[in-house]
Design a protein around this ligand. Structure first.
Ligand SMILES: [Zn+2]
Length: 273
């Protein structure tokens, strides 16, 4: 079977090597993984997740009396944190998830990207998505790249017309650099084609699939003093127990099928030495 997330990673490596604006990226600190999503359903094709965002300031939830406006109760203080993902000795700074098999079916036709690429081959929409996610990696600070507007302030969201145009420029520059077609040819195949060529498509996922490392809430211990001027009932905060450290042992292969996915058990994995 074709290892789809590995193919994407190898293509990313080639893009980074050829596009100076992305050359700061160290792909050892970026982990590509698959999430499940049906082709016919609406939704994202891919997402860039920053894994180095600092702990939040402590906060709390509160409830007010509807009539008097007075605080009636509040939750314990809590913070939100980013889980740690390590592969070997390397701390992963970004996760890039691809929604499979939806991403395999992404096409240029009938999408807003036709305006950007005209009559380019359909698979260029997938290359655009890959470069788009890499471009979200911030070269200067932990987080998702902020786009500066003409007036020097930052755009309210992480996109903006310039972001999309920059991505088109990088996609075209990459193809103009005459990369080996063997590196990107897989973008032309949808899941049916890969199934007939390779018997199916697999990708790296987290063992707790469909769950993956995400920001989580933690009750501050010991609790700081009550917020100034607030004296009301404090309710314990019920937070789900989550995995906060992930390693390569949490990564497994899954096969992605049109309407489902299943874990691939590696032969010999459980053999005693
Ligand atoms: Zn984006």
């Amino acid at each position: 079977m074709i290892n789809y997330t590995e193919r994407i990673t190898l293509l990313m490596q080639d893009v980074i090597a050829r596009i100076p604006a992305l050359s700061f990226i160290d792909l050892r600190e970026v982990l590509v993984f698959g999430r499940f999503g049906r082709p016919e359903a609406e939704g994202a094709f891919a997402t860039c997740h920053c894994m180095t965002l600092p702990e939040s300031e402590p906060g709390y939830f509160f409830w007010r009396d509807r009539v008097t406006g007075e605080l009636t109760r509040r939750s314990e203080w809590f913070v939100t944190k980013t889980p740690e993902v390590r592969v070997g000795s390397v701390r992963v700074k970004y996760l890039i998830s691809f929604v499979l098999p939806r991403f395999c079916e992404q096409r240029l036709e009938r999408s807003w990207k036709t305006e950007l690429y005209g009559d380019a081959p359909s698979w260029i929409a997938k290359l655009d998505t890959i470069v788009h996610e890499l471009y979200h990696i911030d070269p200067e600070r932990p987080g998702i790249r902020r786009m500066e507007k003409a007036d020097g302030t930052y755009a309210a969201n992480c996109h903006g017309q310039r972001f999309f145009e920059d991505v088109v420029g990088m996609v075209k520059a990459y193809l103009d650099s005459k990369p080996d077609p063997a590196v990107y040819e897989f973008l032309a195949w949808d899941l049916a084609e890969m199934t007939s060529r390779f018997g199916g498509a697999v990708g790296t996922t987290f063992r707790a699939f469909p769950s993956y490392p995400q920001r989580y809430t933690e009750v501050v211990n010991p609790q700081p003093a009550a917020p100034e001027g607030v004296s009301c009932r404090v309710e314990p905060l019920k937070v789900p127990r989550v995995h906060t450290v992930f390693t390569e042992d949490d990564l497994v292969m899954r096969e992605f099928l049109p309407h489902t996915s299943r874990q691939v058990i590696r032969k010999g994995k459980f053999c005693a030495a």
